[in-house]
Design a protein around this ligand. Structure first.
Ligand SMILES: C[S@@+](CC[C@H](N)C(=O)[O-])C[C@H]1O[C@@H](n2cnc3c(N)ncnc32)[C@H](O)[C@@H]1O
Ligand SMILES: [Zn+2]
Length: 375
């Protein structure tokens, strides 16, 4: 018998495994309970609720449902008409069913491998929220979803994506990743690139709607569009990023650049990865507006994230701390450094990826010169 406890998240009442029963030495990790529920993922779920509402999703598949929290919230708060709940763990599915009843949410309950569940119906939203890597589910989710449908994908296997485990990155995402300083954005862009390669098999491709990095996960919302030509276009927009570990010169290109044009050192390379925009600019303001009207539990964090994303430009971020050390200067005040770059007509913004990062269209020489002029 699983000991349960009732909680509230958004408008949902939920029975979840009682953390006090499953903690060890006063500590608790959600993976120690027989059914998974992580309160720290509320931002991820809140934003997903907003997306289902804004996209007017009718049929959603919560493919990795566990307690049922997502599907229930999509029905109660996201206005989704038909929710299918799936989990291969039968105890989890039973709990999801119990929780759905508690909230008077009707739905279909499937006890299948997520890939089989995706192929069961024509969904206009599929939530892919597995443990660790979403890689095994990319082909089937892009294949099964309705034309112009939306995928919400979570990845927590950041050692592979960020390049700390390069062999795993190659196996799971077919990408080389030698560990560059903007590792968080590189990881996210490798995941988007891998999704584009997966979708291309079904003569489809994806358009990023909202892609972000938070806590210890990456979350993507993408629209899946059909057509062989579009699929080709998606593949052609993949490229590489190279960074010289000695002088931190960095460059994006179609093919890997191995030799640093500045110092002749061997560049570290990551790719193939997506080099285009990560968000649909008009959507960010709409998310803010909708999130406010829905009274979501993590509204403060949503406002902070969307405000940062609205300002971000497409260029892969650079690390202010690392570049200052290469330039042999102490880290300047951000305002003064930005003022210098803007003074020479360049764009510069902070980034949600990393507090130590910034994004700019300035050249390497301009960055170094602005760093030196501040010291
Ligand atoms: C990270 S938890 C999901 C958490 C949930 N979406 C939430 O927001 O609270 C992953 C769930 O997926 C289930 N699962 C893992 N692999 C699966 C697979 N291949 N097919 C179906 N379910 C799977 C696990 O039993 C687990 O309940
Ligand atoms: Zn160099």
């Amino acid at each position: 018998m699983i000991t349960l406890k009732e909680i509230k998240e958004g408008k949902a009442r939920l029975l979840i495994p009682d953390p006090s029963t499953y903690s060890k030495d006063g500590k608790f990790d959600p993976s120690w309970a027989p059914i998974f529920y992580n309160p720290r993922m509320v931002l991820n779920r809140d934003i997903s609720v907003v997306i289902t509402k804004l996209a007017k999703v009718r049929r959603a598949l919560d493919a990795f449902t566990a307690s049922g929290v997502r599907g229930i919230r999509y029905a109660l708060e996201g206005g989704v008409e038909e929710v299918s709940f799936n989990d291969r763990n039968v105890e989890a599915l039973q709990l999801a069913q119990k929780n759905a009843e508690l909230n008077q949410v009707k739905g279909k309950f499937l006890n299948l491998d997520a890939r089989a569940a995706m192929l069961e119906g024509k969904y206009d939203f599929i939530d892919v929220d597995p443990f660790g890597t979403p890689a095994p589910f990319l082909v089937d989710s892009t294949w099964a979803i309705k034309r112009n449908g939306i995928l919400g994908i979570t990845a927590t296997d950041l050692t592979a994506l960020e390049g700390a485990a390069p062999k795993a990155c190659r196996r799971k995402y077919g990408a080389l990743n030698e560990g560059l300083t903007p590792s968080k954005e590189v990881g996210l862009r490798i995941l988007v690139g891998s999704l584009i390669k997966s979708a291309a098999i079904a003569e489809r491709t994806i358009e990023p709607l909202l892609c972000y990095y938070s806590d210890h996960y990456i979350r993507l919302f993408v629209k899946v569009i059909s057509g062989a030509k579009r699929a080709d276009g998606g593949l052609e927009s993949l490229g590489c990023v190279a960074e010289c570990p000695s002088c931190l010169y960095a460059v994006t290109s179609d093919q890997p650049i191995r030799t640093c044009p500045r110092c002749g050192g061997r560049m570290k390379v990551a790719g193939p990865l997506w080099l285009g925009r990560l968000n649909e600019p008009s959507l960010l303001g709409q998310i803010l507006k909708e999130a406010n009207s829905l009274e979501l539990p993590s509204i403060g964090r949503i406002v902070s994230l969307m405000t940062k994303l609205e300002k971000e430009i497409v260029y892969i971020y650079r690390r202010l701390d690392k570049l200052s050390s290469i330039a042999h200067v102490s880290m300047p005040s951000r305002d003064k450094f930005y003022e210098c770059l803007r003074g020479i007509g360049r764009e510069v913004t902070a980034t949600h990826f990393d507090q130590r990062g910034f994004k700019t269209n300035a050249t390497y020489e301009e960055i170094i010169s602005c760093l030196r002029s501040q010291s």
